[in-house]
Design a protein around this ligand. Sequence first.
Ligand SMILES: Nc1ncnc2c1ncn2[C@@H]1O[C@H](COP(=O)(O)OP(=O)(O)OP(=O)(O)O)[C@@H](O)[C@H]1O
Ligand code: NI
Length: 343
Amino acid sequence: MTDEPLLSIQDVQTYFHTDDGLVRAVDGVSFDVDRGETVCVVGESGSGKSVTCETVTQLIPMPPGEIAGGEVYFDGVDMTALPDDELRELRGGRIGHVFQNPQGALNPVYTVGYQIREAIDAHHDVSKAEARQRAVDLLEAVGIPEAATRVDDYPHEFSGGMKQRVVIAMALVCEPDLLIADEPTTALDVTIEAQILDLFRDLQDEYDMGIVFVTHDLGVVAEIADTVVVMYAGKVMESGSVEDIFENPAHPYTKALLECLPGQSNLEPIPGSLPSTTDPPDGCRFHDRCEYATEECRVGEQPPLYEIGDEHQVSCIHWRDDIDELPDPAEVHDATVSLEGEL
Ligand SMILES: Nc1ncnc2c1ncn2[C@@H]1O[C@H](COP(=O)(O)OP(=O)(O)OP(=O)(O)O)[C@@H](O)[C@H]1O
Ligand code: NI
């Protein structure tokens, strides 16, 4: 055991070259995951959560993708510098990755049992009977009824939700040290979702698995996260313990997200939409939609992540201010107009 994090993502920049220009999908993202820790990554659609996950496991399609900068250390080893064969060894072995769109994860011509056994065989020296038993046990653990017979079925014989559970089983089969789970339970009903979250927790207790969990569901976050990373337009807006994020959110974007939580007063989505990914605005990327934005928020770079508490960081220049005391946005606007008049 060492003190270094299991996963350390450092200033990662992942871009896509498209006909519309350079998409800065992930633009300087950093966070760590410890052994036994669950880090939930949240943020609106298109904020770069999946691209962050795919950068970790080096599964960005290149071209059009490009990892333009940064490092990803898994257990001290820089993933961005690993040869393909070592990456393949890690993926499906010490790192499990459940993709957001797992269509391609199962091969239609082999039974699911065969595919799970293959995954075990590739990384562990176990007998065929043992591997089969492990496949059955895991299928049972993810809630597949009659797993002992279903193990011999082909992917098309499973419904969409069942297939998703098979994919989760496959990611867990080698008892990974790190599980990257990109909206793994979004398509599942709540009972099965609860069962799978329990399974993750059990495995975490059993062998200290670190988890990166991407979700839109803040209820799930509240349930499973130790740490929350809030992403917006390719940047980290805030990160902190789940308690800090829910009880003491510091970024207006985090506050806006929390207000969309079922049970909160405001069930509307946040007004406005994500800025252009090819031509992001100056200043804070959220400023267009932020009711507290002042002129300083509209210029320069995205603010750095200020340390505002124990492992609580926020990318907002107003973090020191009591937000209720910030100037009324309308007054700020008037002041700017009159200033411009003087120049
Ligand atoms: N292969 C690709 N080519 C071009 N652009 C891409 C590619 N993959 C992702 N992007 C762009 O990168 C940005 C971030 O996408 P990403 O899938 O990471 O968002 P997300 O936060 O996971 O959203 P969601 O919640 O919808 O899953 C988006 O603007 C997306 O269009
Ligand atoms: Ni995604």
